[in-house]
Design a protein around this ligand. Structure first.
Ligand SMILES: C[S@@+](CC[C@H](N)C(=O)[O-])C[C@H]1O[C@@H](n2cnc3c(N)ncnc32)[C@H](O)[C@@H]1O
Length: 232
């Protein structure tokens, strides 16, 4: 079927406008990146770094204030450098910035439909070969506690469902090693390994990663501690 000159001109105009829209979108994206980079460079001067110049982010740090880390949390406090709920969109942090991102007992507070966005955001922010260090309640440990304590729900409810004493302390997801490893690998992370809170660099504080719980005079670990590298 032959198209009229008028129709042809209309089509041509449509595609010109579409191409222009894409160019404008790219320009806005690049300008936003430049603005973000400049803003970060200005703010970075007030943020901590390690002695050898590494950038470490502690996301969901809560009360922990380790002096080498840039602290990020949803709840305001004097030691928190960046206060935000939106850990799936940390717009103020440029791509390839962090050498290490540490998240201890935070991922379980992320609703399932946002989890992928959060992991992608961590990937974006990490430098190539940078490390994502995670600790979460381990469903397999919780099941062991449940089975050893005559199936007492009240003992496993807090580690499973969260402390529920403030809005950011409710759990949305459960994890075990197989599941978390699968998620990390699906998001282009590699070299997934367990890490030991008593024998790992940049972990000289007490947090959930190293806590055990006592039931019937028996100590149980509670956490699954996994670390992965950003593959290029
Ligand atoms: C169970 S506490 C763990 C605190 C600390 N990491 C520890 O192990 O002792 C969870 C922390 O994550 C923070 N948090 C939860 N959801 C968050 C979100 N969407 N964005 C930022 N922080 C969040 C909470 O405010 C809280 O400080």
């Amino acid at each position: 079927m032959e198209i009229s000159r008028q129709q042809w001109a209309k089509n041509e105009m449509y595609w010109r406008i579409e191409r222009l829209k894409i160019r404008i979108q790219k320009m806005i994206y690049n300008l936003a990146n430049i603005a973000r980079e400049l803003l970060w460079r200005a703010r970075e001067k007030n943020y901590p770094k390690t002695e050898d110049g590494r950038t470490l982010l502690h996301i969901g740090c809560g009360d922990i204030n380790s002096p080498e880390f840039i602290n990020i949390d949803a709840r305001k406090s004097s030691h928190i450098h960046i206060v935000t709920h939106n850990i799936f969109r940390l717009w103020m942090i440029p791509d390839n910035t962090a050498d290490l991102i540490y998240m201890c007992h935070v991922l379980e507070h992320v609703p399932r439909e946002k989890l992928s966005k959060v992991i992608k955001e961590m990937y974006r922010i990490l430098k190539p070969n940078g490390k994502l260090r995670i600790s979460v309640p381990d469903f397999d440990h919780i099941i062991a506690i449940y089975n050893d304590t005559d199936h007492q729900i009240e003992l496993i409810s807090p580690p499973l469902m969260g402390g529920q004493d403030y809005p950011e302390n409710f759990h949305y997801e459960i994890y075990n090693k197989k599941y978390l490893e699968k998620i990390l690998v699906a998001h282009k992370f590699g070299d997934v390994l367990e890490w030991n809170p008593f024998d790992v660099q940049f972990h000289n504080f007490d947090d959930w990663a190293s806590k055990n719980v006592m039931f019937n005079n028996k100590e149980y670990p509670i956490s699954l501690n996994l670390e992965a590298s950003k593959l290029q």
